[in-house]
Design a protein. Structure first.
Lengths: 352, 386
């Protein structure tokens, strides 16, 4: 499945400590500390933090493989959020603390302001895992440009909330919060860069979750007997699963291409914008169509809380909202294409 | 995981970048010289033999074939770029495209040396047109129900029966066809069909045009009455065509022609909505571009995996399945998005004409070269459901 040691490590930990059936049957969150501590011991949360800042210094590509794997296992701890926070802080040369982190803002419409006195103010909605995070990495807009800062989660007002997949999803309000550390963002890094990075990660997670949905749907159809045969032998079911495979393929290809583009680009340029916005749009569309088919194949059992299917379907649907709803990216991409003009569309597509 | 779908990240290598600009410059010259109008896809049935010869002269037919047979020993990705740019420009490729994609590779694999030396270099020069003789009146998706008979005679075979929906048969010099040489067996209903090369000028072959709902006459009925084919026109194994017909489908199924056939309406939509579209228009364009970009990345990936000697059979079928559905839906989505376009927009007329044509041809896109239903069967088999 995986092609590098970092992702292999992650996958092994997920298989051991984040087994979907075990987690689904668990009565509480007591499995979380063991999973988190194994991930931390393997250096995965700080994959994108350079070694000189006490991170693991993994490449962007390796970190993206971890995100795919986290999607395949529908991992319900803030692993990729901490990775994103570490990446953001490192881009400004700030060290990362240990423990769980998340990033803000997580929606393109939200702004956090860097005040003249160095404090931060603003409101960020839909911040994933904020309620579980010790720290939040923030990109804020100020009079002198953008600032990257590290704040304690306890210094912010964090409203209760959860995603469709029952993971924490919170509105975070900062009222003149004094950051633990802050530095000017490098000139090529803006809040849009964080949205693109987050969108690439979410696309990979959606694609990963869809891979698992296909896997367990195929397996279930080969086991479930109705009308005296396995339901996989019915043409209607086969065609539905073939359609699901098409959506999985599109999501895997789009997300993989976007991650490859980010990993091999020195800046968040037009090519990265095309790749990542397309991936988030196409993966979100695939999530809608794919989850519907996966549930259809499973019938009533897949709608029961005790079945693991919802761990993947509800998260995939929920991840669509983070770091830019697909409609947001579609409007941005459409405006970008329109401004360049009709005859530049094909050269743009063909350049990738 | 039971089913793993793999799309390697293939980027076109630098030689493709150079080639792409050569092809664009060539097409711009042809357009300027009036060879064809890129805004009139409806003349896709017109036959421009001189254009084919000039493409051949550039070395863009038979690009991946051995030099000994007039080919150019270039990569599948280079061929990909040429196919794609021709399609985007609505260039009149009908005369050479089938031979370039399918017939040439079959001849190279199964024909004898003399036939290869005679025909393949002429394909490369853009001089000959091929048709594919698969479907019959009672044998479409069910290829192995074919009944048109090849009967052994002195020095060759006599052909009797009818092929139908045969694209380009009216202009074709040759056809690659499958004919029945034995009845199917109980154990293998695919047994008994044999692949042949047919010289369309042979006596006993009659081509009757069939009018299409698009107003074009691209396809035909081909009637064989004691048409004689010499022995060396038999390709491959007697009674074993089923092994040959299914082996090269990955090449046929995943190319850019499988999602770009109605692309022109998207260009005109972007033109009609202008530089500052409203949110509805912008979102519509954005979604379509995201879907197009994804299709192309999948298709390039399959081409690259084929070049690397892998066999992405399921992936290739998926590209055709979702690609043809996309190009079929595209004119309808464009129609929705263009509903409020100012009738005075400079390209309003072009867009209307193109939409009318694209909507008319759309139904065929999920039928030709393997229906959606057949493709989904192949995908289902790949997933381990059959």
């Amino acid at each position: 499945m995986t092609e590098n040691i970092v992702a292999e490590t992650a996958e092994r930990i997920f298989a051991d400590l984040a087994d979907a059936q075990t987690l689904n049957s668990a009565k509480d969150n007591s499995w979380k500390p063991a999973l988190w501590s194994a991930l931390t011991d393997a250096g995965l949360p700080l994959s994108w933090v350079p070694e000189e800042c006490d991170g693991s210094g993994a490449s962007l590509a390796d970190g993206f493989s971890v995100a795919s794997s986290a999607g395949r296992y529908a991992v319900a701890v803030p692993l990729v959020e901490t990775m994103l926070a570490g990446w953001l802080l490192s881009r400004a040369g700030l060290p990362s603390p240990s423990g769980t982190m998340t990033v803000a803002p997580a929606r393109p419409q939200d702004r956090i302001t860097a005040n003249a006195d160095g404090t931060l103010s603003g409101c960020a909605r839909g911040v994933p895992f904020a309620a579980d995070a010790k720290h939040i990495a923030v990109i804020a807009s100020g009079a002198k440009g953008f600032t990257i800062a590290l704040v304690e989660a306890s210094a912010c007002r964090i409203e209760p909330g959860e995603s469709l997949g029952h993971d924490p999803l919170n509105t975070v309000t900062l009222n003149n919060v004094q950051p633990l550390s802050a530095k000017a963002a490098p000139s090529d890094l803006t809040p849009v860069s964080l949205m693109l990075m987050g969108a690439a990660v979410r696309s990979l997670q959606i694609a990963g979750a869809l891979e698992t949905m296909l896997d367990i749907s195929v397996r279930y159809s080969n086991e479930r007997v109705a009308f005296e045969k396995n339901i996989s032998k019915f043409q209607a079911v086969q065609h539905n699963l073939a359609k699901l495979a098409g959506e999985v393929a599109a999501a895997v290809a789009a997300a993989g291409s976007a991650a490859d583009a980010v990993a091999n680009s020195s800046s968040f340029d037009d090519a990265v914008f095309l790749e990542v916005s397309s991936a988030k749009i196409r993966c979100a569309e695939a999530a809608e169509k794919g989850t519907a088919i996966a549930h259809q194949v499973h019938g009533a059992i897949g709608f029961s809380a005790e079945h693991i299917l919802h761990r993947y379907t509800l998260r995939a649907l929920s991840w669509r909202d983070d770091f830019g709803h697909e409609s947001y990216w579609a409007v941005e991409l459409g405006k970008f294409v329109a401004a360049r003009g009709a005859d530049e569309l094909w050269p743009l597509v063909a350049s990738r | 995981m039971t089913a793993v779908l793999r799309f390697d990240q293939i980027r076109l290598p630098p030689e493709c970048e150079v080639l792409l600009h050569e092809v664009r410059a060539f097409l711009a010259e042809e357009i300027a010289a009036g060879t064809f109008n890129p805004h009139e896809p409806q003349r896709e049935d017109t036959d421009v033999p001189e254009f084919s010869r000039r493409v051949g002269k550039r070395g863009w037919i038979g690009m991946t074939w051995p030099k000994a047979y007039g080919g150019h020993e270039r990569s599948f990705l280079e061929r990909y770029v040429v196919t794609e740019e021709m399609r985007i420009a609505n260039a009149p490729t009908r005369r050479f495209f089938v031979a370039d994609r399918q017939s040439g590779p079959v001849l190279l694999k199964y024909a004898n040396e003399q036939i290869k030396m005679d025909i393949v270099p002429r394909i490369c020069r853009g001089e000959v047109c091929f048709a594919i003789g698969m479907s019959e009146p009672n044998s479409g998706s069910d290829l192995f129900a074919a009944k048109t008979k090849a009967t052994k005679t002195n020095g060759g075979w006599l052909i009797n029966g009818t092929k139908i929906w045969t694209t380009s048969a009216h202009i074709a010099d040759y056809m690659l066809a499958i004919f029945r040489t034995s009845p199917p067996t109980k154990e293998n209903r695919r047994h008994g069909l044999t692949q042949f090369l047919v010289d369309m000028k042979a006596p006993g072959i009659k081509v009757n045009p069939i009018a299409q709902i698009s107003g074009l006459n691209e396809f035909n009925e081909v009637v064989f009455e004691d048409a004689f084919l010499p022995d060396d026109y038999l390709l491959g194994e007697i009674d074993g065509a089923w092994k040959q017909a299914t082996s090269e489908l990955a090449y046929e199924r995943s190319g850019p022609e499988r999602f770009l056939e109605t692309y022109y309406v998207l260009t005109e939509l972007v033109r009609a909505l202008g530089a500052n579209p409203d949110a509805r228009g912008a979102e519509g364009i954005g979604r379509l571009v995201a879907q197009l970009h994804t299709m192309r990345r999948m298709s390039v990936s399959v081409a690259g995996m084929l070049q690397a000697g892998k066999e992405p059979v399921v992936e290739a079928s998926i590209v055709k399945d979702i690609g043809t559905i996309w190009e079929q839906q595209l004119p309808h989505r464009v129609r929705d998005l263009a509903a409020f376009v100012d009738a005075d927009a400079s390209n309003h007329h072009t867009l209307e004409d193109q939409l009318a044509f694209a909507i008319k041809i759309a139904p065929k896109l999920t039928i030709q070269g393997g229906t959606t239903e057949v493709l989904r069967g192949i995908i289902a088999r790949g997933l381990g459901l059959r």
